[in-house]
Design a protein around this ligand. Structure first.
Ligand code: KDG
Length: 317
């Protein structure tokens, strides 16, 4: 019934206008955002059936998030609705170099951070082909870490393929703590995704990105590991060898969510039984994602496939 089910928190993102600081801004722009939710949106927009498992407050902010996801075609029927509590927020400043992007979280005690393993909807997991979460979920505290563990173990027990994007957030936990919690979660996972920085910092690996992919796969005993290296591309180690794919260069309007778009492309390939093709879908989705303001890529399957064959930015008329 679902191609993908994902577990994670979504927050309200409050962004200062480009170039403004939060200290100076008079208005903040409001959107919904969250790594795993971003992946479900990207895949829903590519035509896949996706379900998002989460916990929201039954108030205007919670309903806003659910509505934003549904608008892209994501099924939110597995969301747990809390009658009280709060929605996580994140504040964002974006400016040209050398200032760059800064995120300030205001999410502690959010409804999602109270999600207990027994609240997770097992039916939607059992009905899916692929289950995805990220390292952000267990970083949100013990109930969420146990929920991530249950999500992945129930998926495995039901024969559903699993993936975890390490997505290390230094403002949420230390690399040592991340390693301790993530290692058992990752053991035997079908696909682990990490940036080269996270592979080094969290898993204490060394070498060029290509070698990092091989080492990461062995370290966590994953079916496949993908290590991303920004503009230099990404490397997939799957036990048979290493496949590499260049990034697709492009101008940047908003880099937030680019990694999630890449992960969605990988899962797209995996759902078609071809992770190497997933590297190409990921490169295209990531390149397009950064051209949209906000965390989610408002792109289409046609545009992604067009970019992979066309690779030009001439006007489309
Ligand atoms: O990958 C983008 C995410 O970082 C963003 O959506 C916010 O989920 C988020 C987080 O926890 O940082």
């Amino acid at each position: 019934m679902y191609d993908l089910v994902a577990l994670g928190e979504a927050m309200i993102r409050l962004a200062a206008p480009h170039g403004e600081s939060l200290e100076s801004a008079h208005i903040l722009e409001m959107r919904s955002a969250g790594s795993e939710a971003n992946v479900t949106v990207a895949l829903a927009r590519m035509g896949f059936r996706t379900s998002w498992i989460s916990k929201l407050v039954d108030d205007p902010l919670g309903r806003r998030i659910a509505g934003d996801l549904r608008r892209h075609g994501v099924d939110t029927s597995a969301v747990v609705w809390a009658t009280g509590g709060r929605t996580g927020l994140y504040f964002l400043e974006q400016a040209p170099s050398p200032r760059g992007v800064t995120v300030y979280y205001d999410r502690s005690g959010s409804a999602f951070s109270t999600l207990r393993p027994e609240e997770i909807d097992l039916t939607s997991i059992g009905q899916a082909r692929w289950a995805h979460t990220t390292g952000i979920t267990p970083a949100l505290g013990d109930p969420c870490a146990r929920s991530a563990e249950r999500f992945l173990s129930e998926a495995r027990a039901a024969g559903v393929a699993t993936s975890l994007d390490v997505n290390h957030r230094r403002k949420l936990w230390s690399a040592n703590k991340a390693r301790d919690v993530l290692m058992p979660l990752l053991d035997g996972i079908n696909l682990v995704i990490a940036t080269q920085e996270d592979a080094r910092e969290v898993f204490d690996l060394h070498g060029a990105p290509r070698e990092l992919a091989v080492q990461l796969r062995e370290r966590v005993r994953a079916g496949a590991a993908v290590v991303t290296a920004g503009v230099e591309g990404a490397h997939l180690a799957d036990g048979e060898g290493v496949h590499s794919e260049a990034a697709i260069p492009g101008a940047e309007v908003d880099p937030i969510g680019r990694g999630d778009a890449f992960a969605a492309g990988l899962i797209w390939g995996a759902l078609e039984g071809d992770l190497a093709a997933g590297l190409r879908y990921g490169a295209a989705l990531a390149s397009l994602s950064q051209t949209f303001w906000g965390d989610v890529p408002w792109t289409t399957r046609q545009e992604v496939l067009g970019l992979l064959t066309r690779r030009t930015d001439r006007p489309v008329r």
